[in-house]
Structure formats: structure tokens, C-alpha cells
Design a protein around this ligand. Structure first.
Ligand code: GAP
Length: 484
């Protein structure tokens, strides 16, 4: 069973608000009762930091932006890649029971009929008869339109899949959809993977890729967007062992966020009520994070039973089952699905890492990101742009950039450069000064403790490597790690 240190919403006495009665697919809105329990950071500060430091920009900004679409800048692209890599490492590379896959975004329309997305991937929508704004019916508290008070239409079901046409003819027969989840690409390749991977069950197939949902009410920065990236694992198990595996994966996934630095107090677990389960789910847990707007879904871990393989077998006419050599049995596997959003994880990591501190009378904003997630690992900062310092500083940069994502910055005062690196969460700054020219040593400044230490250039890469792996740098007590 799942240990009780993972809190369920009910245990804490928070109202559980099923958002989408049609299924779990959009049940990720914040719980209204929790709005006053938000983290100390407000979302505007995160959005502003992201813009200021090249993490995330509004999409098509020079044209006034496009609602709910965001672009990852030079720092954001590194952070996002690190989140993906951390997931892939823990789900695929560090296990021998999971393999990876990369399937196409556009799929045969039959896939979505079989999966239930054409019929069930819907939200109830109402429209204001005066201002014509559209709302999720579940968001309406009073009688009228939340914006102008106008009369609302009766709710009608709105399908969240983006439709387009394949080929030059725009007709019903050529309608296809942009995938709303990556999972279906995995199910339809189940047989290909089983036949080629020489693996036995339990076996997981993992995929990271873009998904698209025409959300009625996107918002809260990159929390809910219409284009986002999924990290999904479909873990195929023998029926009857599914409940154990669900518990296992809930625990694994919860620990993944904690290992990467998210405070346990800001995470909780919530089991779905029966009226909230998606059409395919036998059971489901959400890992929730305390976002600035309240507790909201960070990741869902569902027991999808044998629903998808049975549906695809029915619609495609191909048998999708597994023959167990050891027991001489053939069965349709059950599937446990941990499904996370890259962007939503990025947001949670940013919020949890954000801090404003006072250092020697001055305010500093810092991201205490886990070093493995930090966009830049080391910044090379010559004390000034002096022609005597530049060659040595460049030499150090050239050496370190072979092993770490390294930044080189010699403009403005050293104080300003430190502040910039703190704001993007760079764990180490290396300063080269005039003494370095003589003694071939440089100063390393650590982001969290602000400790400074001098080390020989020739030992720099080994020392940084050890520290980035979490090993002790040396016996110096200055290298304190962040108190959680
Ligand atoms: N295949 C199951 C599935 O997609 P989901 O709960 O709808 O389940 C899983 O989505 C995760 O994907 C969510 O917990 C969230 O992190 C992310 N996600 C879903 N919709 C999103 C959206 N519109 N914008 C950003 N992330 C989203």
C-alpha cells in the first residue's frame, strides 16, 4: 500500500473538486478552496524572471502574442531539456524493464475513435449570449457570465482535440487530429516493441513529445497551455498485479520530484473519486503541487486496465496480447500510466527553487535549482574585460565547456554578473583575477552558500564534476548545501 506520509486531499480536509465530470482529462484546475494556501511566490514574479533572464517568452510577442503559447529562450531550452533528460534517465536508462519510443504526432483517425477521444475527450462549455465569451461550465459559480453577467447558453460538450486535414483536400475523409496524449502512439506499437525488444512483462514503454489540446480556459503561465509536452510511461503488467504496480509507480514518481529538489511540503497525493475517473481508468492518483494559485495537478498516475489494448484490437482487427512463456498463458496486459507534463514540471521546479534573500543588506533573487536541472552549470567571469585576463579566462572556458554547460560573461560589474547567474540558478561561478595569472588558481563561488574557495585551474574540472554529482568538494565546511 502507499505510505500515508503522502497526503490525500481528504486527509487534509481540502474540498475535492472534480472539474470535469466527463472524465479526468481536464481535471487539473486548482481547487477553489485552496486559493489562500498558495506558496509565497506569486506567478507574476516567475513570469517576469523568465522574461528578464531568457527562460520563457510569450509566443509571437512582436505580433502581440498568441494566447496560451510560450517560447523557451536560451536558458529555458536548457532547463526544459534537463527536466526531460532527468525523467528519461530515471525512467529508461536506469532500468532494464523500460524502453523508449518516439511516435508521430499525427496518427490514423481510427486511433482516436478506438481510444475514446472522439466521444469522451470533451469539456462542457457554455457561451455568454451578450459578450460571447466561452467558459467551462464547471467554472461558473453564479447564474450569469463571470465577465459581464449576461445570460449563458445551455452547456454543450466541446471536443478538445485540434482537427486538421491531411493532404490538399479539406473534406471529412481527410480529417486528422493532433494527438492530445502520446500514450496512443505507444499502445499501437505494443506488438512491434514486444516482438523486437526481447523483453518480458512487466515492460514499460516511455515517450516524450508534444501534445495538443484546445483547452477552453488555458492559463496560469505554462501551467495549462494548448500546446505542451508530455512525458508518459505505459507500464504493461500481468492482470492481477496492476494494483501493486500502481502503488509502486505512485511512490516512484513522488520521490522523483523530491529527489530533484521539490519540498515535500509542497507536494501531496490525491486519489480520484469514482465520479472523476477518466473513461479508461480503473484507479488514478494525482501528484499535486502547491502552485501560487493553489493545489493543482502536477502529474497523474492511472491504472488504465486493459482498456486501450482491447479497444485497439477491436478497431484494428489485430490481436494485441502477450504470451507468457513461463506460465504458458496468453493475456491482455493491464497498463499503469505515469503521465507528466514537461512544462508543468518546469513551472513547479522554478516556483520551488525561487527565493529572495537579503545578502549584506542587498536583496538577491536566486533559483536554488538542483544542479542537474540548472540551465548553466558553471559561469566563467573574468574580474574585468582586461586584455591580460581574457586569454586565461577563455582558456578556462574552452576547457570546461567540454564537460559542462558553461557560460562566459565579462560585461558589467562582477556583482551584476553574479546576480544574473543567481537568477538563472547557476550553481558555480569561476572568477579569474590578476592573481590567477601568477598562481594559476581561480575562485569558485557557490550559489547557495555563497562560499568562495580558491582552486588550481588544473583541478577545476574534476572538482566541479564531483561537486555537481553531489560529492564533497573538499573538507571545507563552507560548502554547505541548502537547508530544506
Ligand atoms: N495520458 C494521460 C494524460 O494525458 P492528463 O492528466 O490529461 O493525463 C497528464 O495529463 C499531465 O500532462 C498533467 O498532469 C499535466 O502535467 C500535463 N498536462 C495536461 N494537460 C496540459 C495542458 N493543457 N497544459 C500543460 N500541461 C498539461
Amino acid at each position: 500500500m502507499i505510505e500515508r506520509e503522502y497526503h490525500s486531499g481528504t486527509e487534509r480536509g481540502h474540498p475535492l473538486t472534480p472539474v470535469n465530470k466527463a472524465g479526468k482529462l481536464s481535471s487539473d484546475a486548482p481547487e477553489k478552496g485552496d486559493l489562500n494556501m498558495s506558496t509565497k511566490v506569486d506567478m507574476d514574479k516567475i513570469v517576469s524572471l523568465c522574461k528578464r533572464r531568457g527562460l520563457i517568452f510569450p509566443s509571437s510577442e512582436i505580433y502581440g502574442g498568441l494566447a496560451s503559447c510560450w517560447d523557451y529562450g536560451p536558458m529555458g531550452v536548457e532547463l526544459k531539456r534537463n527536466v526531460r533528460d532527468a525523467w528519461w534517465k530515471s525512467i529508461v536508462h536506469e532500468r532494464d524493464d523500460v524502453v523508449g519510443l518516439d511516435t508521430s504526432i499525427m496518427m490514423h483517425p481510427g486511433v482516436w475513435a478506438a481510444s475514446g477521444h472522439i466521444d469522451s475527450f470533451t469539456d462542457p462549455l457554455v457561451e455568454c449570449k451578450s459578450c460571447h465569451l466561452r467558459w467551462r461550465a464547471t467554472e461558473i459559480e453564479g447564474e450569469g457570465c463571470p465577465k459581464c453577467g449576461g445570460e449563458l447558453t445551455e452547456p454543450r460538450m466541446f471536443n478538445l482535440m485540434f482537427k486538421t486535414f491531411m493532404g490538399p483536400v479539406e473534406e471529412e475523409a481527410s480529417t486528422i487530429y493532433l494527438r492530445p496524449e502520446t500514450a496512443q502512439g505507444i499502445f499501437v506499437n505494443f506488438e512491434n516493441v514486444i516482438n523486437t525488444s526481447r523483453k518480458k512483462l512487466p515492460l514499460g514503454i516511455a515517450q516524450i513529445g508534444k501534445s495538443f489540446r484546445n483547452e477552453i480556459t488555458p492559463g496560469n503561465f505554462i501551467f495549462r497551455t494548448r500546446e505542451f509536452e508530455h512525458m508518459e510511461l505505459e507500464y504493461f503488467v500481468k492482470p492481477g498485479t496492476d494494483e501493486e504496480w500502481l502503488d509502486y509507480w505512485v511512490k516512484e514518481r513522488f520521490e522523483w520530484y523530491v529527489k530533484l529538489g521539490i519540498r515535500k511540503d509542497n507536494l501531496r497525493l490525491r486519489q480520484h473519486g469514482n465520479d472523476e475517473l477518466a473513461h479508461y481508468a480503473k484507479d488514478c492518483y494525482d501528484i499535486e503541487y502547491l502552485f501560487p494559485m493553489g493545489w493543482s495537478e502536477l502529474e497523474g498516475i492511472a491504472n488504465r486496465s486493459d482498456f486501450d489494448l482491447i479497444q485497439h484490437a477491436k478497431y484494428s482487427g489485430k490481436e494485441l496480447s502477450y504470451y507468457d512463456n513461463e506460465t504458458n498463458e496468453r493475456y491482455v496486459p493491464y497498463v499503469i500510466e505515469p503521465s507528466a507534463g514537461v512544462d508543468r514540471s518546469v513551472l513547479a521546479f522554478l516556483i520551488d527553487a525561487y527565493d529572495e534573500e537579503e545578502v549584506e543588506g542587498e536583496k538577491r533573487t536566486v533559483l536554488h535549482l538542483n544542479p542537474s536541472l540548472a540551465p548553466v552549470k558553471v559561469a566563467i567571469l573574468p574580474l574585468s574585460r582586461n586584455e591580460k585576463l581574457t586569454p586565461l579566462a577563455k582558456e578556462v572556458f574552452k576547457k570546461l565547456c567540454l564537460s559542462f554547460v558553461t557560460d562566459y560573461d565579462d560585461s558589467q560589474s562582477i556583482g551584476r554578473r553574479y546576480r544574473r547567474q543567481d537568477e538563472i540558478g547557476t550553481p558555480f561561478c569561476v572568477t579569474i583575477d590578476f592573481e590567477s595569472l601568477e598562481d594559476k588558481q581561480v575562485t569558485i563561488r557557490e550559489r547557495d552558500s555563497l562560499a568562495q574557495i580558491r582552486v588550481p585551474i588544473e583541478k577545476l574540472d574534476k572538482n566541479l564534476e564531483a561537486k555537481l554529482k553531489g560529492e564533497a568538494f573538499d573538507a571545507s565546511p563552507l560548502w554547505a548545501t541548502r537547508q530544506k
